[in-house]
Design a protein around this ligand. Sequence first.
Ligand SMILES: Cc1cc2nc3c(=O)[nH]c(=O)nc-3n(C[C@H](O)[C@H](O)[C@H](O)COP(=O)(O)OP(=O)(O)OC[C@H]3O[C@@H](n4cnc5c(N)ncnc54)[C@H](O)[C@@H]3O)c2cc1C
Length: 500
Amino acid sequence: MADTQTLEKPAGQKTEHFDVLIIGAGISGVGAAYHLKEQCPDKSFVVLESLESFGGTWHMHRYPGIRSDSDLYTFGYRFKPWTGAPIASAEEILSYMGEVIEENNLNDHIRYGHKITSANWSSDEQLYRLEGVRTDTGETVHFTANFLWMCQGYYRHSEGYTPDWEGMDDFAGEIVHPQTWPEDLDYKGKNVLVIGSGATAATLVPAIAGDCSHVTLLQRSPTYFIPGRNENELADQLRVLDIDESWIHEITRKAILYQQADFTRRAFEEPEVVKEELLAGVREYLGPDFDMDTHFTPKYLPWRQRIAFVPDGDIFEGVKSGKASIVTDEIERFTKKGILLKSGKELEADIIVTATGFNLSVLGDINFSIDDKPLNFADTVTYRGMMFTGVPNLVWVFGYFRASWTLRVDLLGDFVARLLNHMKAKGVKSVTPALREEDEDMELLPWMDPENFNPGYLMRSMHLLPKRGNKPDWQHTQDYWAEKDELPKIDLDDPIFVYK
Ligand SMILES: Cc1cc2nc3c(=O)[nH]c(=O)nc-3n(C[C@H](O)[C@H](O)[C@H](O)COP(=O)(O)OP(=O)(O)OC[C@H]3O[C@@H](n4cnc5c(N)ncnc54)[C@H](O)[C@@H]3O)c2cc1C
C-alpha cells in the first residue's frame, strides 16, 4: 500500500492518500516519522501539523525561562545523542528536533498549517477519510489514510486552563496564562503574582524575579521538587575520556533510568522516607527557619504528580533573596488591585499569571466517527494506553508521567512499525483491538487510578477518556521499566488483535 494517490473529488477538491497519516509534529510526531521511515521504508506517509512549525509544546510555550523538567538524555530520542546540560530550554529542544528533521530528511513529509477537524473510518474502503483546514488560507483539505498515528499530545494548545474565579473582570491589571504568553508583556519593575505550584510556576518565578519589582507565588497547596545541579557527572566524566557521544548517550540514559526506577520503587514502597528526603533537599536551600510545613510539604505522597527538577534550586534562591515570596492560601475572589485570600489578606499585583494547568484534549479535538457513526472515546477500552477497542488502525502516543515522555515515543515507534510490517506479511488491511472472551467480565475503571497519578487536568476530564481494565493489557500502566520489555514481546497474533 505504498501509493500516494490524488483522487478527484466531485466538488473539484482533491483528496490525497497516504498509507500512514501522523497528526502532530511535536516530539511524538517527529519521532513517529523517524521510526516509520527507518522501519517501514515502503510506506507513504505525511505529518500534518496545525501550527506553523514543529515542536508542539516547545514551540507553543513562550514564557520566560521555559525549560524541560526532565533530563534530555531520556527526553531526547534514543537514536540521537544529547550533548548538552540535562535540563534544556525550549530553544535547545527545538534546535535538537530541527536537527533530527534535517538529518533524516523528514521535512518533505511534514505539512504545517494543516489542522485536522474530522476523521471517519470507512469499513467498506478500509481507510480513514479526514477533513481539515489550512490555517493560513482557510481552505478545506481532504485526505485518506490506511492508518492514523495520533501524536497530538494531550492538551489543547489554543488556551490553557484558568479557573473561573469571582471578580476576575474587576481586576485592573493584566491576567496572563503561560500557555499564551504575550510576546510584548512588560513586567519590568512590576508587581507580579503567579498562581500555581507546578513546574511552570517554579520555572517562571526565578526567570522574571530579577526584572520585577516583586514576584509572589500563590499556591493552594505545595508540590514536591528535586533541586540539584544542572549537570550529569557521569556524562561529563565520559566526555573527558573522549568517549563517543552515542556511547555517552546510551550509558547516561541507562544510568538515569536505573536511578529513576529505584526512586519510583521507593516512592511506593517507602513513601514517607522519600518524602523526608525530598523535603530535606529543599530545606538545604531555605534554611531551618523557613516554614516548610506550610509552603513546601505536599498533601499527597511523592510521585502521584510529576516532580519538577529545579536546576541549582533557582526558585528557592529567589525566595531566600527576597525577590520572590511564596504564599500558601486559597483565593476568595479577584479585586480591582489583586486577589483577596480566604485568610482575609489581599495580595496586590499589576500582572496576574495563572499557571493553573491545561485543558485536556482527547485526540486533538477531532470529530471521530466509524462508518459515519460518531465515536465517543469514553465508550472504548484502551489497549495498553495506545489503541482502543472497536477503533481500527489507530495508535495514540501518550507518554509517561514518571519518566520522560519520549521513551514511549521510541517504544511505540517500534511497536507500530512491527504491527504495520506484520499486517503487510499477513496481507490484511485493518487491525482492531477487541476484548477477548476472558476479558468480557473484566471490571472497567477510569483511564487512570487517582491513587496512582492525579494531576488536575486528568481529574477534571477523566470522563472523556477511554476506560481501563484491571489487567496490564488493558491500561496505560505508566511503567516504562515493565513496558520496555513487554512491548517488544507483544504477540501480534493474540486474539486481542482482530485483523481484516
Ligand atoms: C511547559 C511544559 C514542560 C514539559 N516538560 C516535560 C519534560 O521535561 N519531560 C517530559 O517528559 N514531559 C514534559 N512535558 C509534557 C510534554 O507535553 C510532553 O513531554 C511532550 O512534549 C508532548 O509531545 P507531543 O508531541 O506528544 O505533544 P505536543 O507537544 O502537545 O505536540 C502535539 C502537536 O500536535 C498538533 N496537533 C494537535 N491537534 C492537531 C490537529 N487536530 N491537527 C493537526 N495538528 C494537531 C499540535 O499543534 C502540536 O504541535 C512538558 C509539558 C509542558 C507544557
